[in-house]
Design a protein around this ligand. Structure first.
Ligand code: ZN
Length: 134
């Protein structure tokens, strides 16, 4: 398994317009576009920051994972994504080590990435996403 960089940091927000405006007007970042991932009940906006990105996440449904996260924790950092050169190899290596996974197999993420989440109980409370981009 080879991790090549921090791909992005996922931030749960209640209102995408308001948050985007803050990051753009106050920090001078520029969103590269928004995308809805229906299977995750989420709309995302990526803000490139040098090599990495911030991913703002807003729930499209009241029962989506981001809505539930905000209910429990309020708005804020929801996950950290590590880029791997091969997500298939990374998942196989983690399974071999007995690491508890949320996703046994990669699934499609925003921007054409293949992603998989590790269970926070396995990582000391951090929701880690593996992310492969080609
Ligand atoms: Zn993410």
């Amino acid at each position: 398994m080879k991790i090549t960089q921090i791909d992005h940091i996922g931030i749960a927000v209640k209102d995408l317009e308001t948050s985007l405006k803050w990051y753009e007007d106050t920090l001078g970042l520029k969103a590269s576009g928004t995308e809805t991932v229906a299977s995750q009940k989420v709309t995302t906006a990526f803000l490139p920051c040098g090599e990495g990105e911030l991913e703002l996440l807003v729930s499209t449904e009241p029962d989506g994972p981001i809505a539930r996260f905000i209910e429990k924790n309020g708005e804020g950092i929801q996950h950290i994504a590590l880029r791997v050169d091969s997500i298939d190899e990374a998942l196989a290596a983690l399974k071999e080590k007995g690491v508890r996974l949320i996703d046994q197999e990669p699934r499609p993420g925003a921007g054409g990435a293949r992603i998989a989440f590790l269970h926070p109980k396995a990582t000391g409370g951090v929701l880690l996403e593996l992310c492969e981009r080609k």
